[in-house]
Design a protein around this ligand. Structure first.
Ligand SMILES: C[S@@+](CC[C@H](N)C(=O)[O-])C[C@H]1O[C@@H](n2cnc3c(N)ncnc32)[C@H](O)[C@@H]1O
Length: 354
């Protein structure tokens, strides 16, 4: 079969979000079904692998949240899209330092890719961890959802406004080898949805994370049912700019998105303003979005770095601070990466946000 045929239906026409779904998550040919993308020898590197300080601070933030909830006897931590399990492994190591917390807590991982689920099982053995496909499996106790680079990996829809008429982006496979872009008039249900989130105002190119919001809806419903909250970290923007933000990454380099279909990651920038708007409409308590630099500094990453570096030699110390710099420097990940949190609990939990 021609290599691109695998990602298109028989009609050879497909909306951009369905195409990205196939390119990333097709059970046989999808990028996340074939390859381990993380690390130096992979295609990209994420914060938990840059420095364990990142996950350590998040672990401490979670323990503080549990304290804020007045130490519930049953508590649930759900990591969304845990990748190679690196963050979870560090979380467990820190959680163990707080026995009352550790003994009250169930850890769940929510992963779509079978290949990555198997890798997580290998890397996290013998920790007591549950893999879930449905949040209904969590029956009792408050829950905190946690996701690093979860949303950017969920396919988005794209639209164009011409003479005040909205068109949705579709792709067409020509001669079984060439992908071209076509636009179809958007249906009225979609237009109403985009208007609801104020996405059409002063914009001629619009991105909409329909699948992402469907996931968020499941998360919010679980928080509302069980009490708790969410913490999401990702790269993205606060002000929509009428821009196409889709990008493909292979071997740590950016590519045109059709260049290595099935063999490269495809991501988009997360619209944090939309997430904020969505969560407020769902009547959760939302902290204002902050940058990764702000959040990590506020929860004490510099102090922790000073503490752990005391016993290090010069080479180890330089390595630690170089990695920290990568997480915090506004020119690197400090500003592009943003953090949002939302809660059902009435007593607001603002640690890291003010
Ligand atoms: C960019 S990776 C981030 C991995 C990890 N959190 C990290 O920081 O290294 C995205 C992760 O989300 C998972 N994922 C994407 N969409 C998903 C979905 N709808 N449900 C569950 N997992 C999903 C991917 O398989 C992958 O594990």
């Amino acid at each position: 079969m021609n290599s691109l045929n695998k990602y298109f239906p028989i009609s050879k026409k497909i909306s951009i979000d369905k195409f990205i779904s196939n390119a990333l998550y097709d059970k046989n040919y999808g990028y996340y079904s074939k390859k381990i993308p993380f690390g130096k020898n992979g295609d990209f590197i994420t914060s938990p692998e840059i420095s364990s300080l990142f996950s350590e601070m998040i672990a401490l933030w979670i323990v503080a949240f549990w304290e804020h909830l007045e130490r519930p006897k049953i508590f649930n931590v759900v990591e969304l899209g845990p990748g190679n399990g690196q963050m979870c492994s560090t979380l467990v190591k820190i959680f163990k330092k707080f026995p009352a917390f550790f003994n009250s807590t169930n850890i769940f991982l929510y992963e779509k890719s079978k290949v990555l689920e198997n890798l997580q099982k290998k890397n996290l053995h013998p920790f007591k961890i549950n893999w879930i496909k449905k949040f209904e499996k969590i029956k009792k106790g408050p829950v905190i959802f946690l996701g690093n680079e979860f949303f950017d990996a969920i396919p988005i829809k794209q639209f164009k406004k011409i003479n005040n008429i909205l068109y949705e982006k579709y792709l067409k496979l020509e001669n079984n080898s060439k992908i071209t872009t076509i636009f179809k008039k958007a249906d009225s249900k979609t237009i109403i949805e985009l208007k609801k989130y104020n996405l059409l105002k002063e914009q001629h190119f619009i991105e909409f994370p329909k699948q992402g919001l469907a996931e968020l809806n499941l998360i919010v419903n679980t928080i509302k049912k069980l009490n708790g909250g969410l913490l999401l970290i990702d790269y993205g923007f606060l002000k929509q700019q009428s821009k196409n933000t889709l990008q493909s990454v292979k071997n740590h380099k950016r590519n045109m998105i059709f260049n290595h279909v099935g063999n490269a990651d495809i991501t988009s920038l997360v619209n944090f303003n939309l997430l904020d708007n969505y969560l407020r409409k769902k009547k959760l308590e939302v902290n204002n979005v902050v940058t990764q630099e702000f959040f990590l500094k506020k929860i004490g990453i510099i102090n922790r770095a000073e503490m752990v570096s005391k016993k290090m030699n010069f080479k180890e110390k330089s390595d630690l601070y170089l990695r920290l710099q990568r997480l915090l420097n506004p020119k690197q990940m400090g500003e592009l990466f943003k953090v949002i949190s939302a809660f059902k609990f009435k007593k607001k939990f603002s640690l890291g946000f003010i």
